[in-house]
Ligand binder design. Structure first.
Ligand code: FES
Length: 126
């Protein structure tokens, strides 16, 4: 889990319902940070990198929630709310895959916030 950066307001808590992925983009250009916000079955929120560590699929479009895991529909890697990556083969064996970055999250006053890296300030034009 990434624990450096700044706490940033992302989305209204009632917009993030179980079973639905909510994409949130921060910043612009090369400093852009693409995130997905979702809840596990208990309602616990999760803020995760929106790019799959396998081949960079955008999970805001190619991610599917399956219980307490987000599944990348490109090649079916699965990620828990702790970011741990696995893949279940046709015989049910769960193999370890690369992890995905998850960010510290807080639900306060009806909003979901996360601690995310601060993008560098733009270079002033001269
Ligand atoms: S790009 Fe996500 S599993 Fe391959």
């Amino acid at each position: 889990m990434s624990e450096t950066g700044e706490w940033v307001d992302l989305v209204a808590a009632d917009e993030v319902v179980p079973g639905v992925l909510t994409p949130v983009d921060l910043g612009v250009g090369s400093d852009r940070l693409e995130l997905v916000v979702w809840r596990d079955r208990s309602g616990r929120p999760c803020v995760m990198d929106a790019r799959c560590p396998h081949q960079w699929s955008y999970l805001g479009h190619e991610g599917v929630l399956d219980g307490d895991e987000l599944v990348c529909a490109s090649h079916f890697w699965r990620f828990g709310v702790d970011g741990r990556g696995t893949k279940v083969n046709v015989n049910g064996r769960r193999d370890v895959k690369a992890d995905i970055t998850v960010f510290p999250v807080a639900e306060v006053d009806g909003r979901i916030r996360a601690q995310v890296p601060v993008p560098p300030a733009p270079t002033p034009e001269v």
